[in-house]
Every structure is written in structure tokens, then in C-alpha cells.
Ligand binder design. Structure first.
Ligand SMILES: Cc1cc2nc3c(=O)[nH]c(=O)nc-3n(C[C@H](O)[C@H](O)[C@H](O)COP(=O)(O)OP(=O)(O)OC[C@H]3O[C@@H](n4cnc5c(N)ncnc54)[C@H](O)[C@@H]3O)c2cc1C
Length: 301
């Protein structure tokens, strides 16, 4: 049986992907609070993942590029000393459907195939819908409730006419969010794209890359965290029912802390008990929707 430990910290971060680690890095730099990160898998980086091929070539699987609207990510890389370089991919892009490969020409200059026209029509409708969602208050969008009740997958099925364009658009969305369009709210997706801007998505989203690969941002923070980070430690239980204590359990040990320094604010913290549906590394959400379902492979780091 593995040795377990008990920790008491001010801030406990669940998940050592780019979001969790950037939060932990801010807290570490600030020095006013203690921080600890628990990560379900055996590595950091979440859906960013550097990988070395048997030939020795380093490639990136998962998150790779950044665009100028990803200001927080670019500032984080700069802060950590991770160099940024121009990332425009060269060469031609092909997509496969039913064993047939087509060159992607978007926007099309030569007569497009029917599926491409259908795809472009759907994209234009999607873009118009994105523009109805205010980035600072998405819930005030006209029809916000309806958009939130609908999945992106439902929307794609209702707005494409051919299996091929449907598969193409579904692939684009899967690539963007790294998961199943049927499991994501349409409102969330529209807001996600609108906050980066549609122009960035089409024109500049692949302007930059990180020397050493996007995962090096997480690896860099993990180094600085040292033993304040636990790998192979999925949070399996979170208990917020006590008034002055939040307890978290992982197979490596448990962790806990006061919800807030000030007793009067404690009432604002939702009190619930949560048992995560993760019991092992292979069933973490990341493994369900991440690299095993979809890979984006690029080299030349
Ligand atoms: C194929 C692909 C291509 C992509 N391309 C790009 C791109 O070019 N540019 C771009 O900006 N973005 C891209 N993305 C998206 C980008 O990778 C994600 O936006 C980013 O990784 C999200 O970071 P995160 O920390 O929020 O989540 P994640 O990276 O998913 O990290 C979450 C972490 O939490 C851990 N975790 C989950 N449950 C628990 C638990 N109960 N206890 C402990 N730990 C837990 C997971 O193991 C994981 O490490 C791509 C994604 C994929 C899949």
C-alpha cells in the first residue's frame, strides 16, 4: 500500500494543466499564501504534451499554437522565460473523409466542392452567432438560455446538409476544444471563440509557438513548484460540508484548508460533498477527451 500524507494549505489546485499551473505560479510568486497542486496523471501539461518519436524527433501533441489575442498565455511564457517564435505552419493542409483526402482551401479561390460550400455557409452562420455573445456577459446574449441548452453537436447537425461538411466542422470543433461537441454547450463555445475573436481564429491563431513545445510552460512551473506538486494524485473526494474546513482526498494523501481567512465570508462558500468519477489515471477526464480521442501532431520545436 502506498504511503499517504496529510497537508494543510491555503490554496489547493486540482489539475496540473496550463490553467491550474498558471494559477499556482501566481500564488507562488505572490508569496502570501501556501499552494499545493494535485494532478491525476503521471505528468503535467494536461492537453499540451511534448512527445519524442523513436527517431528522436520532438513533436507536439495537443495544444501547440498561440495567437495575439492569447495575451495571458504569451505574458506567462515571457514571465517564465519560455521563448516564443513565429509559428505559421508551412505547406498544404489536407483533410480525410471516408478514405479520401482533400486539400483544404479556405477561403476557396477555385470552384469549391459542394461540401466546402456547405461548410463555409455553416461557418458564416456560426460567426454571426458568435458576434451576438457579449464577451464580458455571455448570459445576456439574445436567446442565451436556448443557446446554453443546445450542444455544439446539435447545432452542427441542424446547420449542415452533407455528412462530409458535418464531419469537417465537427473535426474543427473537436480540435478547438479537445473533446466531443455533443458534450459542450453552444453558448459556452460561442463565448470561447468570441473572446479570442473570430479573426484571430481564422487568421492569426497559429502565429506563435513556444520553443521546446507548449508543454514546456507547464514543465517550467512544475520545476519551480517542486514537492508542492503531486503527480498520480487524482482528487477522488472533495468535502466542503464543514464550516471551516475543505478536505480533499487523493490516493497519495489528503489535503485540507480553511475556506477563507474571515469567518464572515465562510457562508459564501458552497457547501457540498463531491465524489469524483475518477479512481485511476486511465479514467481521468483528460484521458477521456484528450489525446486518445484526437491528436494534432506538429514538429519543428
Ligand atoms: C489536439 C488538441 C489541439 C489543441 N491545440 C491548441 C492550440 O494549438 N492552441 C491552443 O491555445 N490550445 C489548443 N488546444 C487546447 C489546449 O490544449 C487547452 O485549452 C489547454 O490544455 C487547457 O488547459 P487546462 O489546464 O484548462 O486543462 P487541461 O490541459 O485539460 O488540464 C487539466 C488537468 O487536470 C487534470 N485532472 C482532471 N481531473 C482531475 C482530478 N480529479 N484530480 C486531479 N487532476 C485532475 C488532468 O489530468 C489534466 O492534467 C488543443 C487541445 C487539443 C486536445
Amino acid at each position: 500500500m502506498s504511503k499517504t500524507a496529510a497537508l494543510s494549505v491555503d490554496v489547493l489546485v486540482l489539475g496540473a494543466g496550463p490553467s491550474g499551473l498558471s494559477a499556482a505560479w501566481d500564488i507562488l510568486k505572490d508569496r502570501r499564501h501556501s499552494v499545493h497542486v494535485v494532478e491525476a496523471s503521471e505528468r503535467v501539461g494536461g492537453r499540451t504534451f511534448n512527445h519524442t518519436l523513436p527517431s528522436g524527433i520532438l513533436i507536439e501533441r495537443g495544444g501547440t499554437w498561440a495567437g495575439p489575442t492569447q495575451t495571458a498565455l504569451l505574458a506567462l511564457a515571457k514571465d517564465l522565460g519560455v521563448a516564443i517564435k513565429s509559428g505559421k505552419p508551412e505547406g498544404k493542409t489536407f483533410y480525410g473523409f471516408g478514405g479520401r483526402w482533400n486539400k483544404v482551401e479556405f477561403p476557396s479561390e477555385i470552384a469549391p466542392i459542394e461540401a466546402q460550400r456547405d461548410f463555409e455557409r455553416a461557418m458564416a452562420t456560426f460567426e454571426a452567432l458568435c458576434r451576438t455573445v457579449p464577451t464580458n456577459a455571455p448570459w445576456t446574449a439574445p436567446a442565451a438560455k436556448t443557446l446554453d441548452a443546445m450542444s455544439v453537436g446539435d447545432w452542427i447537425r441542424a446547420n449542415t446538409h452533407l455528412d462530409e461538411s458535418r464531419a469537417w466542422l465537427t473535426g474543427c470543433i473537436r480540435k478547438l476544444q479537445g473533446g466531443d461537441p455533443d458534450k459542450v454547450s453552444l453558448l459556452w463555445m460561442l463565448h470561447f471563440i468570441q473572446s479570442a475573436s473570430f479573426e484571430d481564429l481564422l487568421d492569426t491563431a497559429e502565429d506563435y509557438r513556444f520553443v521546446g513545445g507548449a508543454q514546456s510552460i507547464s514543465l517550467n512551473i512544475a520545476n519551480r513548484l517542486g514537492d508542492r506538486l503531486w503527480l498520480n494524485a487524482p482528487a477522488t473526494r472533495i468535502d466542503q460540508t464543514a464550516r471551516d474546513w475543505i478536505a480533499i482526498e487523493t490516493p497519495r494523501g489528503s489535503s485540507g484548508g480553511a475556506p477563507n481567512d474571515r469567518g464572515d465570508d465562510a457562508g459564501l462558500v458552497a457547501r457540498h460533498r463531491f465524489r469524483a468519477g475518477v479512481t485511476s489515471r486511465s479514467s481521468t477526464p483528460n484521458h477521456r477527451v484528450g489525446h486518445h480521442e484526437l491528436d494534432q501532431v506538429s514538429r519543428d520545436l
